[in-house]
Write a protein that binds this ligand. Structure first.
Ligand code: F58
Length: 843
């Protein structure tokens, strides 16, 4: 301690106290100044890691805000066109490391922390993940913000400042998923800036009334609930650029904070009622919408952030351009991230027509030029359809607007579609934005995806195969009418967070080998590694890095489970949301088969096998029963095989609880094999496949989503591809009743059903879901693909036995990952959809 106190005193003597950190000498005094001003302690008090995290965060924030202001002054002066990324989810993860690295401050801060007896890693672990998202879609939004800032693209993200993000996942004693609230804001959030002056009223409910205004009949909305949307800005730094972009998140506040009269009359509950009702809107990320109340709340959330964001954009536009509304699409474009923000189509019309008084046609022309829609899924349950009843109750004016849009659309179809009257009528029914619920003829639904397609300038899918499905299946009727509206934008991930910062060991080797770190901002340069792929010396350095990361992960698992893990075993990882279509179930069945084989082997045969440590992680939606059973199957199988003395040196299975961004940053660099084994045609893209690829992890995967493009870039021969293709699945689904299932599959089904892993009643629905070949069962074709999967796994073992070949492939993966930088994706959006040019502020 006395050394530390001396260090502080010395540093403060020579340092430039209070100035933003530019060099090592100022880093320590700057931190200590934050300890005093923000943490409220003295330099000589006992400082905890949390104190230093706060000091470091506030110090970094100063640098961020300085650049943020410069960037935004510059963009305002240039009157740049902006893109607004509307998303109900932003899965940001931790901010500290990313900000410190992007600002180029890591060395200076690390040294300052060392002199205080801490390392950067301990400090960064104090930060809770910002888990404002479910999975791929939310993380993609976060990568996109990073890339926008990185390439100096004027743009913001807009979303919700949920009080509780994605639930924290634990396992209970029985090995079942337990969901705990994610209380990420309780200790404060140093990364946000509250903009007290920026708040908008957002209304709900009530009714509309026809009135005559200036001789015109108009519909006036008289809502029955009003709340304020309060802006919080979250600066987003680029790397090696002065640009700092923004994620603006909305909190909900009551219009009347506190009902003092009610309180004084002794009605304490009523005094707080309005506040509670407002807070409820932003309380939780995607409340369970299995109940009608949950459904309503979700629509409320969607409208809440869309209405606030659009008012915000229009307010800024008016301040600059007054009522020159035709200019609006040249100054602002919106990207709607899936169907969640698509109420924007109706809100844009409401704001332009009802509030600004524009004629309908002019408003439609403006709105349909500035809105764009990305589809992220082919799963029908995720293509939102709102009951007209719910929409009319919550947003009566929007329901009217949607009906007007739909009438115009239907009229247009009737005059433009070819064919007989009957053919036309059938098409019109199939393409109507408002349509019958196919399961309940008495209910009418608003199809939000159709609304978005009709109301947008561009529609895109997120990988080549997915965009083909979007055009040829999901929206085929629309595609035939507007072929030019549809595009593909293959997803990407930021190489900063997902390679350079999370895997500094590999990054250092790459930079040394390529002679520069330019690949961090230009990932295509990674292709320069190809020529070293067979170089023995390089291979051994490459392997050494992987071993280092495996050792780190092994230590983490040891600390959680007490188990020792041999880092010479293959690390085989599948991490993603738990879903039947992603087929974690098939992975477990494969592990059971491997276990059964090992049990039959002699000790010598076992020694000659390829030992594996399998890890599966991911959250099951709280109302998704099958997914929860799959998790329990993983923990049950793990409990058996990890404790079997015959096999535990050759095979392990761990369920890694609470998979989130930070855990991914630890797992991905350590992975040697990763599994992306969705049924052909079901995974829109996948993005973790790209992260694993960047980190030199081999892939076993189906011909699905971005796996296809990854294989093309890596060399198909380097990827373990198996299973049915998208174009085969419709036929196969029809033929399921005639399946002759693989005897190995049948054996395993019997084992599970017979109680080999305990809990047999609980597993029964799982077994039934894929093994009784009736119509409706095994929708995701696990039984069908199982044999091919086992064959592919055998091939994996064969290659792993040849470390040089394995390492060569590993290098080829990283070398082929350049295309999957989100910088590339964002450039494509900017050029082909947004029509926005980079605009770098002066340093
Ligand atoms: C994912 N969708 C796709 N949805 O599944 C994945 O293939 C793709 O790579 C990714 O989007 C990015 O394009 C996805 O993550 C959700 O999380 C939904 C959010 C709303 C509730 C239902 C899940």
């Amino acid at each position: 301690r006395s050394v530390i106190v001396q260090n502080i005193a010395e540093a403060e003597r020579v340092g430039k106290k209070g100035k933003p950190v530019k060099d090592t000498a100022s880093a320590l005094p700057e931190l200590m100044s934050k300890v005093r001003s923000v943490v409220g302690k003295s330099a000589t008090s006992d400082l905890t890691a949390r104190d230093l995290y706060n000091a470091l965060a506030y110090s970094t924030r100063d640098g961020l805000i300085e650049r943020f202001n410069k960037t935004h002054e510059h963009w305002a002066a240039k009157d740049s066109k902006f893109v607004y990324y509307l998303s109900a989810e932003f899965l940001m993860g931790r901010t500290l490391t990313n900000a410190v690295y992007n600002l180029g401050m890591e060395g200076k801060y690390a040294e300052a922390l060392r002199s205080l007896g801490y390392d950067m890693e301990t400090i960064q672990e104090q930060e809770r993940d910002a888990s404002l998202g479910n999975g791929g879609l939310g993380r993609l939004a976060a990568c996109f913000l990073d890339s926008m800032a990185n390439i100096d693209l004027p743009g913001w993200g807009y979303g919700i400042r949920y009080k509780y993000g994605m639930f924290k996942q634990a396992l209970d004693k029985g090995g079942y998923q337990k969901e705990l609230p994610d209380i990420w804001l309780t200790d404060g959030n140093p990364w946000e800036v509250k903009r007290s002056e920026i708040k908008y009223e957002v209304c709900f409910g009530g009714r509309t009334e026809k009135k005559t205004v200036n001789g015109k009949e108009v519909s006036v909305w008289e809502p029955n609930q009003r709340v304020y949307a309060q802006a919080y800005d979250n600066p987003i730094p680029g790397f090696q650029t002065p640009t700092v972009g923004n994620l603006r998140l909305w909190d909900a506040l009551p219009v009347t904070e506190f009902d003092l009269a009610a309180f004084n009359a002794g009605d304490y509950d009523k005094s707080m009622l309005e506040k509670e009702k407002a807070e409820c809107i932003v309380a939780v990320l995607y409340p369970n919408d299995a109940t009608p109340e949950g459904k309503e709340l979700r629509l409320k959330q969607q409208y809440f952030f869309v209405a606030a964001s659009m008012q915000d954009v229009l307010t800024r536009f008016k301040a600059k351009h007054g009522s020159k509304w035709d200019l609006l699409p040249t100054k602002a474009v919106f990207q709607m991230n899936d169907t969640h923000p698509t109420i924007a189509v109706a809100e844009a019309m409401r704001l332009l027509v009802d509030v600004e008084g524009l004629p309908w046609e002019q408003a439609w022309s403006i709105s349909s030029k500035m809105l764009n829609y990305t589809n992220h899924t082919v799963m029908p349950e995720a293509l939102e359809k709102w009951p007209v009843k719910v929409m009319a109750k919550m947003l009566p004016r929007h329901m009217e607007i949607i009906e007007i849009i739909n009438e115009g659309w239907i009229q247009w179809l009737q005059s433009n579609l070819p064919g007989t009257a009957a053919e036309k009528a059938a098409k019109v029914a199939a393409m109507s934005i408002v349509h019958e619920n196919q399961w309940n003829k008495d209910e009418l639904l608003v199809n939000m995806a159709y609304l978005a397609v009709v109301g947008s300038a561009h529609v895109n899918g997120v990988a080549a195969i997915h965009s083909d499905i979007v055009k040829n299946e999901i929206f085929n009727d629309f595609y035939k009418i507007f072929p030019n509206k549809f595009q593909n934008k293959t997803n990407g991930v930021t190489p900063r967070r997902w390679l350079a910062w999370c895997n500094p060991e590999l990054a250092t080797l790459i930079t040394k080998t390529l002679g520069s770190d330019a690949w961090i901002n230009n990932a295509e340069l990674l292709s320069g590694l190809r020529k070293f792929a067979s170089d023995k010396n390089f291979q051994s350095q490459w392997r050494a890095v992987k071993q280092q990361r495996k050792a780190k992960l092994a230590a983490m698992i040891k600390s959680q489970t007490g188990d020792d893990i041999d880092i010479n075993n293959m690390f085989d990882i599948q991490v993603k949301r738990i879903h039947e279509y992603k087929r974690q179930y098939m992975n477990v069945l494969g592990i059971i088969w491997r276990y059964k084989q090992l049990k039959k082997m002699t000790p010598a045969e076992r020694k000659a096998s390829v030992p594996r440590v399998c890890m599966i992680g991911g959250k099951a939606a709280s109302a998704y029963d099958m997914a929860k059973r799959i998790i329990r199957l993983v923990t049950a199988v793990g409990a058996k095989i990890n404790n079997d003395p015959d096999t535990k040196d050759y095979l392990r299975l761990y369920f890694l609880p609470d998979y989130n961004v930070s855990l991914a940053e630890a797992l991905i660099p350590a992975a040697e094999l990763s599994q992306h084994i969705s049924t052909g045609g079901t995974e829109a893209s996948g993005t973790s496949n790209m992260k694993f690829q960047m980190n030199g992890c081999l892939i076993i995967g189906t011909w699905d989503g971005a796996n296809i493009e990854i294989a093309e870039e890596t060399g198909v021969e380097n990827v373990f591809v198996f299973g049915v293709r998208a174009e085969e699945i419709n036929q196969l689904r029809k033929e399921r009743a005639n399946y002759k299932t693989d005897p190995r599959f049948n054996e395993i089904m019997n084992d599970i059903a017979g109680g080999m892993f305990g809990d047999k009643e609980y597993f029964k629905p799982l077994v039934d879901s894929i093994s009784n070949m009736k119509v409706g069962n095994d929708w995701f074709l696990v039984a069908n693909d199982f044999a091919a999967y086992l064959d592919a796994q055998e091939e994996v073992d064969k290659v792993y036995k040849d470390p040089e070949e394995w390492t060569r492939r590993s290098i080829m993966y990283t070398a082929g990952s350049g295309k999957f930088s989100s910088d590339r994706t964002i450039r494509e959006y900017a050029e082909d959809i947004w029509d926005i040019k980079p605009e770098r502020p002066l340093a």
